[in-house]
Design a protein around this ligand. Structure first.
Ligand code: APR
Length: 240
């Protein structure tokens, strides 16, 4: 084990307040395509051009075809050892929050409970008309689906580009960043705000920041330790 890993394991072991930020890379080893990786494309469409209110307003059926495809892909994916390690460490920490940008629900499926889904969930739908929101795990027969109550268009319960984050998870994340002793940033390209700024917020306060990512990111330079590799392999060692 490298000296850097030994040191980082010590920080994680000795802290009482631990925050973790995850991105699509943590689910990549479960087979869920990342956004900015080559496998993220659908019908050669860039996800960034579909995950917007404008795209939904223009062609709700196409946007739903993309989400239905993603839901079908994710339904067949299981949590990987990285998810399991995060669920396990939560029990050992009096003060813990897992802030995720992922909408796949795999952290909850792995047993994590103190989770802030700041980009929402692909398993939730919300009526664009009356605002009614519910969980819906099965495929829709008709796309775009309609609200049974008011007949309005149902939309995926996720945050699109240009939209505000859901208040409760976003506030919980910001509050945790003001007190965590250690922040682990795993599997995110750190290019989408506000999550891309979380490492700097924690660092400014004197938290130890640890990155787990095969690639360099814009926050790599401010991290106290960086582990270039797959989260499914590194997190079980770091958190074990
Ligand atoms: N282990 C760890 N990291 C990995 C792995 C892996 N096995 N495989 C890939 N990665 C890294 C990539 O190097 C990249 O830095 O995961 C990151 C994935 O980056 P993105 O695809 O940009 O995903 P993410 O950072 O979660 O995107 C943030 O952007 O599109 C929006 O709302 C969407 O939540 C998403 C947000």
């Amino acid at each position: 084990m490298t000296r850097e890993m030994e040191a980082a394991r010590g920080w994680v072991r000795d802290c009482t307040s631990l925050c973790v930020l995850t991105g699509a890379g943590v689910s990549a080893e479960s087979g869920v395509p990342t956004f900015r990786g080559p496998e993220g494309l659908w019908r050669q469409r860039d996800p960034m051009s579909l995950a917007t209110p404008e795209a939904f307003a223009e062609d709700p059926k196409e946007v739903w075809e993309w989400y239905q495809w993603r839901r079908q892909r994710i339904r067949g994916c299981a949590p990987n050892p990285g998810h399991a390690a995060l669920a396990a460490v939560e029990a050992a920490k009096p003060d813990f929050l897992l802030v995720t940008q992922n909408v796949d629900g795999l952290h909850l499926a792995a047993g994590s409970r103190r989770v802030a889904e700041i980009h929402g969930s692909i398993w939730r739908v919300r009526c664009a008309g009356c605002g009614a929101e519910r969980e819906e795990r099965s495929d829709f027969a008709e796309l775009p689906p309609r609200c049974a109550a008011c007949g309005g268009l149902l939309r995926p319960g996720v945050v699109w580009f240009g939209e505000m984050l859901p208040r409760e998870p976003s506030d919980a994340a910001m509050e945790m960043l003001t007190r965590c002793e250690v922040l682990i940033v795993a599997g995110t390209s750190a290019v989408v705000a506000p999550a891309s700024g979380y490492a700097a917020v924690a660092k400014r306060r004197g938290a130890r920041v640890i990155e787990v990512n095969p690639d360099e990111t814009p926050v790599s330079g401010i991290c106290d330790a960086t582990f270039r590799g797959r989260s499914g392999e590194i997190l079980p060692v770091l958190l074990g």
